[in-house]
Ligand binder design. Structure first.
Ligand code: ADP
Length: 591
């Protein structure tokens, strides 16, 4: 049972006081009883002696009747019972009863004592009167050695003692009540400030516990309040530093490029960063979610479960089919750090995988590109060795074809070199402000003869001379030539449209043709080195033109892209930064 503090203090005190008073009261009453009895005894003995001398004055042994009458008279005078008992125990006279009906009194304790020692006293229930009586007897030599006995009931004394007892009980009860009240008040004085302290702790601890206590509070309670104050301060500073620590951890997690996630002993997610959510496709706030239930991928779940069961570390590389992505999952048990749960690190390998594919393709492409001219060179050399040298006109023809192949090889090597130099940033751009119209017109005009030879028509839409771009003219010309070359090459019949204009703070240049178009699957890859959309119909090119164009445009801070519908033509666009001010007007020129 839980008792309030005031009860705990008051109850023992009340008990102690009651017990002390009970013992004290009992002792007092006993003492009083003893004193009263002694006084009584003395008085009755004196009265017996008096009766003896009065009765004995008559001399000799008086008549039984006379003695009886005397006894009654003296008994009344003494307000006591007076009995005279012969030495043999016969009752000679009695003031309260008829001696003839009374039994022999020789066996009575006080009578025996009186006969033997001269006087005797006893307290006993009187068989004759049915009351507790005090008997005092003496041997009365004046009456021939008979015993004179005076007896008085103890009721009066008992009544007086009863009153005393009642007074003691009432006093004790009163004292107990007073003590309980006093200790209750004292306890309240102690417990009130304590309760105030408790309220202070419960209600968020504003201000100081020590100063919120009323004046006059016990020093011990004040000391407690001061201790609480310093504990609260300590706690606050710890909570603050924990929060800081937490914020730092969050900041680190938020800026990690890898996904990080921690699960607890039950497999619930307790810590995560945004990258983990994105890579694993988890709901936005997965706190408390069970990881195996939140993950859709069986292999990811399996890896986590193995570590969860056996501890240690496991790694898995999986491809998510839902959104093409390669992930590496490293699950480590935190058991070695003395913590329950697992640490899951998720790395996105998609980009690395893509670069690996590009590099593999690049090597296979370059070998393929080199093999064709080298094979035809080898064939031509062998033909010459096999005797064609003896036929000068034929040899001449072979040599010419060899020169063409060597030129193609040289061109490819040059383009590769060029590309790698642009890529590595070794060729600085010579940027200048040039009129956009002029920049576009010049390469178009240079390729015009080829357009005409291919039987295509070409239209050109150019802005006014006030639209200027910030560009390296030589490089941009090369971009346009590469794109135009393709347009001519991949358009069997139809037209090519070149246009340039200012849009917002950039210039946009487009080359559209009505040619064979590019399959949708190839479209995202045509800007890669050596990439050709359809190898079977590949027309002599190296597959490097668009890669070079892309790098030049990006070096200018622009973008390049292609749109196409297979069978109905392609449209290549790129942007360049404008040199000054917004664009105005657009002049059309048709060729
Ligand atoms: P190539 O030397 O083969 O022309 P490019 O990098 O210039 O190399 O072009 C890559 C591939 O893109 C070409 O092989 C072709 O399949 C496709 N392509 C480029 N331009 C066009 C176009 N205008 N029409 C159709 N296909 C094109």
């Amino acid at each position: 049972m839980r008792l309030a503090m005031r009860w705990r203090l008051a109850l023992p005190q009340a008990l102690a006081v009651t017990l002390a008073l009970a013992i004290f009261g009992r002792f007092t009453i006993m003492q009083a009883e003893r004193a009263q009895l002694a006084a009584y005894r003395e008085r009755l003995l004196a009265e017996a002696a008096l009766a003896c001398s009065v009765l004995g004055e008559r001399g000799g042994e008086p008549q039984q009747q006379a003695l009886q009458a005397l006894a009654i008279a003296h008994g009344q005078a003494l307000q006591a019972r007076l009995t005279v008992i012969a030495p043999d125990g016969r009752v000679l006279a009695d003031s309260a009863a008829d001696p003839a009906t009374m039994e022999n009194h020789a066996g009575r304790e006080e009578v025996q004592l009186a006969q033997r020692l001269g006087q005797g006293v006893a307290v006993r229930l009187s068989a004759t009167l049915g009351q507790r009586m005090l008997y005092a007897a003496i041997r009365c030599d004046a009456l021939g050695g008979s015993t004179v006995r005076v007896a008085q009931p103890l009721t009066a004394m008992q009544q007086a003692l009863g009153q005393l007892e009642r007074a003691v009980v009432v006093g004790a009860l009163g004292a107990t009540v007073l003590v309980v009240l006093a200790s209750f008040l004292a306890a309240a004085r102690i417990s009130q400030p304590l309760q105030r302290l408790a309220t202070w702790v419960r209600t968020g601890q504003q201000g100081s516990a020590a100063t919120s206590l009323p004046a006059g509070t016990y020093e011990e309670v004040r000391t407690l309040a001061r201790a609480l104050d310093s504990m609260a301060a300590e706690l606050n500073s710890r909570v603050r530093s924990l929060a800081e620590e937490q914020n730092r951890l969050q900041a680190v997690l938020a800026h990690l490029s890898d996904g990080v996630l921690i699960t607890d002993a039950q497999g619930r997610i307790v810590l995560y960063n945004p990258v983990a959510i994105r890579l694993l496709g988890l709901p936005p706030a997965p706190d408390g979610l069970s990881l195996p239930e939140a993950l859709a991928h069986p292999e990811l779940i399996g890896t986590w479960e193995r570590v969860h069961r056996d501890g240690g570390e496991q790694e898995a590389i999986v491809e998510l089919p839902s959104r093409p992505a390669f992930l590496r999952l490293i699950v480590t048990s935190l058991g070695s750090a003395g913590l329950p749960g697992e640490l899951v690190v998720i790395q996105d390998l998609t980009q690395i995988r893509r670069l690996e594919t590009v590099r593999r393709d690049f090597i296979s492409n370059i070998s393929h590109e080199l093999r064709t001219p080298l094979a035809s060179l080898k064939a031509l050399v062998e033909t010459l060795q096999d005797g064609a040298l003896d036929d000068p006109p034929a040899a001449q023809g072979f040599l010419q074809r060899m020169a063409i192949e060597v030129d193609a090889l040289t061109q490819m090597v040059q383009e590769l070199l060029e590309l790698s130099r642009i890529e590595s940033g070794q060729v600085p751009l010579r940027l200048e402000s040039v009129p956009l119209a002029e920049l576009v017109r010049e390469p178009v005009e240079r390729l015009l003869p080829q357009v005409q030879r291919a039987g295509l028509s070409l239209s050109l839409h150019l802005p006014g001379s006030d639209v200027r771009v910030l560009a390296d003219p030589e490089r941009v010309r090369q971009v346009l030539i590469n794109i135009l070359h393709n347009a001519i090459k991949f358009t069997p019949a139809g037209s090519i449209t070149v246009s340039a204009e200012a849009q917002g703070d950039e210039a946009i240049i487009t080359v559209a043709d009505t040619g064979i178009g590019i399959p949708a699957a190839d479209l995202p890859r045509i800007f890669e080195r050596f990439y050709k959309a359809d190898r079977s119909r590949a027309s002599g090119g190296t597959g490097l033109g668009l890669a070079i164009a892309k790098h030049i445009v990006q070096a200018h801070g622009g973008r390049i892209w292609a749109e196409s519908q297979e069978g109905s033509g392609s449209k290549f666009s790129f942007t360049l930064p404008l040199a000054v001010g917004p664009a105005t007007g657009q002049a059309d020129t048709a060729a």
